[in-house]
Ligand binder design. Structure first.
Ligand code: IMP
Ligand code: MG
Length: 183
């Protein structure tokens, strides 16, 4: 898999250090609370598993799967819920856990539907943020582990065409890998 990378952007050691730090920040910010952590499948799954173990609170976990129509490297803006939460979140402190915020379309849609369900509070933690690519201007990303430049990245849960999710590091995918499919 490493031969398909242009370069490694964040190593597994850097990820582990930052995820632990993010866990401490969330533990401090939510002291006395029992947040519901919502993992957005599939991309956030690896980050989620590591992050929740760095948070020393009586939290609970939920999973949600959504699909955004488009090519493998770009979102079109149409979002659909494939798997919904199992429990209701009325009056709960909810934290959405995302892999990456790119245009912001997916997250802004998720925030809208979860707010309609009467959460007491709603914040977002993302592994990666690409601020340069933002299309939704008024979107708040409360916690971002790493801001990255505009490049397509894979690894640590992030995929291209369902591959590379199991890479321990985060790397920039060589454009040659997707240009041959997307023209
Ligand atoms: P947005 O709706 O444009 O913010 O896109 C968010 C979703 O697009 C993420 O949850 C990812 O599934 C996917 N995505 C965006 N950029 C990348 C990337 O660089 N690598 C892998 N997936 C990405
Ligand atoms: Mg994806």
């Amino acid at each position: 898999m490493y031969q398909d990378l242009e370069k490694i952007l964040v190593t597994k050691e850097e990820i582990a250090e930052r995820v632990a730090e993010m866990g401490r920040i969330i533990t401090r910010d939510y002291a006395g609370k029992a947040p519901v952590m919502v993992c957005i499948l599939k991309g956030a799954s690896v980050f989620f598993a590591d992050l929740i173990r760095e948070i020393a609170l009586p939290l609970s976990i939920e999973f949600m799967a959504i699909s955004s129509y488009g090519s493998a490297t770009k979102t079109t803006g149409v979002v659909r819920v494939l798997k919904d939460l199992d429990r209701d979140i009325l009056n709960r402190d909810v934290i959405i856990v995302e892999d990456i915020v790119d245009s912001g379309i997916t997250l802004s849609y998720l925030r809208k539907i979860l707010l309609q369900r009467g959460a007491a509070s709603l914040k977002t933690v993302t592994l990666l943020d690409k601020p340069e690519r933002r299309q939704v201007k008024d979107l708040t990303v409360d916690y971002a582990c790493f801001d990255i430049p505009d490049a397509f990245v894979v690894g640590y849960g992030l995929d291209y065409d369902q591959k590379y999710r199991n890479l321990p590091d985060i790397g920039v995918l060589s454009p040659a890998v997707y240009e041959k499919n997307e023209g």
